[in-house]
Design a protein around this ligand. Structure first.
Ligand code: TYD
Length: 215
């Protein structure tokens, strides 16, 4: 993993990471309501994005378009570049005083694309992106996570138990490397109830942002 200059860390940029079915999307929605209750300027966002780059990625993830694993790594990096540095992007929002919470970021590319095309390319492509102020990793047994995912209608190419087991193991390594590079990472027990997970997230944010939050 590339070494991040801690000066580039953007304190109010928060990332949720985890395997598929770990509950990041549900918890981001709850976080948005909590921020509203607390009158905190914020933006909730996700990768892949809803921009054309992200829409193309979704077509690959559904299996509608075939692409080499390396191509997929480039697509995620291109989507991320626009998302971070572009107009109305993450940096613009944090510099404008918002707390930005994002569903997935570089560590997803290192874990998922790392499995498919090896670590070298995703590491290189992601070295330019700033470290978030805080990453919350949703830890969950892949079997439990896949039971949640399989109740959905349409599955994406990664949403299979044997792949999620590999992604889970890849995250362990990627998280250790990110920590060693100075990333601040908190682990959330995502097997708990939705309310208990939300409480863990609020506690982590209170400590990181040094403020108390109305539940
Ligand atoms: P996900 O957050 O699971 O979206 P949804 O819950 O709406 O299906 O993200 C979609 C998939 O994209 C997920 O399987 C992880 C994968 N992904 C990567 O492989 N690399 C990346 O860099 C990112 C951001 C996501």
């Amino acid at each position: 993993m590339q070494s991040y200059d801690t000066d580039t860390s953007v304190k109010n940029f928060i990332v949720f990471e985890g395997i598929d079915g770990s509950g990041t999307t549900t918890q981001l929605r709850r976080l948005s309501s909590m921020m509203e209750r607390n009158n905190i300027p914020h933006a909730i966002t996700a990768e892949p994005t809803s921009r054309p780059e992200g829409v193309l990625i979704r077509r690959v993830l559904r299996g509608d378009i075939k692409a080499e694993p390396g191509t997929v790594a480039y697509l995620f990096a291109a989507d991320r570049y626009q998302h971070v540095f572009g107009e109305e992007g993450i940096l613009e929002a944090v510099r404008g005083g918002k707390i930005v919470a994002c569903d997935r970021y570089c560590l997803s590319s290192l874990a998922y694309q790392g499995i498919a095309c090896g670590m070298e390319l995703p590491k290189r492509l992601n070295a330019i992106f700033p470290a978030p102020g805080l990453t919350l990793f949703f830890k969950i047994d892949p079997e439990i996570a896949m039971r949640r995912v399989h109740s959905r209608d349409q599955l994406e190419i990664y949403e299979k138990l044997h792949i999620q087991k590999q992604v889970s193991a890849a995250y362990d390594k990627v998280l250790a490397d990110a920590r060693a590079s100075g990333w601040k990472i908190a682990v959330i027990d995502a097997e708990k109830s939705m309310d208990e997970v939300a409480a863990q997230i609020i506690a982590a944010l209170e400590s990181h942002l040094e403020m108390s939050l109305e539940r």
